[in-house]
Design a protein around this ligand. Structure first.
Ligand code: URA
Length: 194
């Protein structure tokens, strides 16, 4: 089977999933966006209102900022990055995912990682960080650092674009400035892949 077929199988399972109560309130599952590839995957938190409506990740304001961040170093979701979330369904009122929701949804994310075996995994925000590093450590302590990930990948935690939207400063040391350092480091690692 091809990668696309393997991913489609997992997507179909998500379409019919009722392992947690979010299945009752979702409009659409949000399985993935961007391009399936072996190079780079970004894992966000969970769909918000617009994502739930469209069935696509990161299409609201945070997603627009994410696209700008990638574009600033010549990367794009259309050609360079596969985008998915810790949860495939929207938590009502965008509340934080509950432990039982994360547990129910994790096998789908695990399957996406196993099928693609991306060389670089970007862990976007605190919810993805807790899921992927299984540690309560704060994102400000670990952002911009490389960690060993599954299937020989390198993982880097980065700030969530929603957090950047709430922090307007561009001054040295501000979250936006730090994101700029991180995306340049990510681009270097991406260019070094064969
Ligand atoms: N925030 C996320 O973490 N993921 C989305 O898909 C949208 C907003």
């Amino acid at each position: 089977m091809s990668i696309e077929e393997d991913l489609q199988d997992v997507r179909n399972m998500c379409e019919y999933c009722d392992k947690c109560s979010l299945s009752k309130t979702r409009t659409n599952i949000v399985f993935s966006g961007g391009i399936p590839n072996h190079k780079m995957m970004l894992i966000g938190e969970a769909p918000g209102y617009y994502e739930d409506q469209k069935g696509e990740p990161f299409v609201g304001k945070a997603g627009q900022l994410l696209d700008k961040i990638f574009a600033s170093v010549g990367l794009s979701r259309e050609k360079d990055v596969y985008i998915c979330n810790t949860l495939k369904c929207r938590p009502p009122n965008n509340r934080d995912p509950l432990p039982e929701e994360k547990e129910a949804c994790y096998p789908y994310l695990e399957a996406q990682i196993e099928i693609l075996k991306p060389r670089i995994i970007l862990i976007c925000g605190k919810v993805a960080l807790a899921t992927m590093l299984n540690s309560p450590i704060g994102i400000t302590k670990v952002r911009g650092k490389w960690f060993d990930g599954p299937f020989g990948s390198k993982m880097m935690p980065i700030f969530h674009p929603s957090y950047l939207l709430r922090n307007d400063s561009h001054e040295k040391g501000s979250p936006k400035w730090l994101m700029w350092q991180d995306i340049q480091e990510i681009k270097k690692a991406y260019d070094a892949l064969d």
